[in-house]
Design a protein around this ligand. Sequence first.
Ligand SMILES: NC(=O)C1=CN([C@@H]2O[C@H](COP(=O)(O)OP(=O)(O)OC[C@H]3O[C@@H](n4cnc5c(N)ncnc54)[C@H](OP(=O)(O)O)[C@@H]3O)[C@@H](O)[C@H]2O)C=CC1
Ligand SMILES: Nc1nc2c(c(=O)[nH]1)N=C([C@H](O)[C@@H](O)CO)CN2
Length: 251
Amino acid sequence: MSGELTGRTVLLTGASGGIGAVTAQALLAAGADVLAHYRSDREAAERAVGGASGATLVCGDLATPASARALWRDAEAVRPVDVLVLNAATMAETPFDGDDAAWDAGWEQLLAVNVVGAGTLLREAVRAFAGRGGGTAVVVSSWAAEQGSRILDVSGYAASKAAIRNLAQTLARHFAAAGVRIYVVAPGVVDTGMGVAGQSADQQEAVAAGLAMGSLVPATEVADLITYLVSDRCPSLTGATVDLNGASYVR
Ligand SMILES: NC(=O)C1=CN([C@@H]2O[C@H](COP(=O)(O)OP(=O)(O)OC[C@H]3O[C@@H](n4cnc5c(N)ncnc54)[C@H](OP(=O)(O)O)[C@@H]3O)[C@@H](O)[C@H]2O)C=CC1
Ligand SMILES: Nc1nc2c(c(=O)[nH]1)N=C([C@H](O)[C@@H](O)CO)CN2
């Protein structure tokens, strides 16, 4: 898809993370100008964009509505954003059998970052896009949002991804006539980032063996799907959730 996104500016959150880094590379390869967001790991964001002339780093925390709005303002101050890829998230644990403080803290962080902060950024983008006659957002959700998590202690994470997916659906419905397209991507267990965090190669192999394809989802496939969706070659997909899990979860 080389050149297909030339002239378009993409704000990509979480470019310093596993899927975000690979997605930054795919968007840049397709010709987009990428505002590559990070929160704490600037070096990872720098590595992700590899000094590409079309890339600019932007920093921000999605933990509060105010900081999410500040991130939008900072990005638009660089140049007007045509596309938002809402990829950054936390998979804080909500230990079911843990102490109450750990449960409470997990929920607080998940709702603050994955729902309220991310939702506030999406609202900022949709309002700007609608005011300009259109724009595109991709929300990275999870298969866990569709079926509940298979891991008891990430129940809060799964619920948070369902919440942001649901907000995307409402906004897609209400702003379709204004030219705003919002697509949802729901990956299964991906071969990077939170899909493999803290796991040995043997543990990753064991997880892969339990999946229908016998392998984790390559991050490049998530990146390629996002790149395709933001090209708006299929605008009638707005509001849809695209599953990417190798038939381990089929509905
Ligand atoms: N990997 C997987 O198996 C799957 C992932 N997903 C989804 O894909 C997306 C990317 O996941 P993945 O790449 O694995 O995650 P990573 O943990 O590798 O990266 C998370 C990213 O989110 C950023 N981030 C975390 N907390 C905040 C915050 N408070 N404010 C702003 N940014 C924040 C991090 O920034 P920094 O490091 O700079 O602090 C980092 O760039 C997420 O939405 C996740 O839910 C969905 C299904 C499967
Ligand atoms: N063994 C498993 N590992 C992981 C699963 C899972 O279902 N089984 N799920 C996740 C998360 O859902 C991840 O895909 C982020 O959304 C991570 N690891």
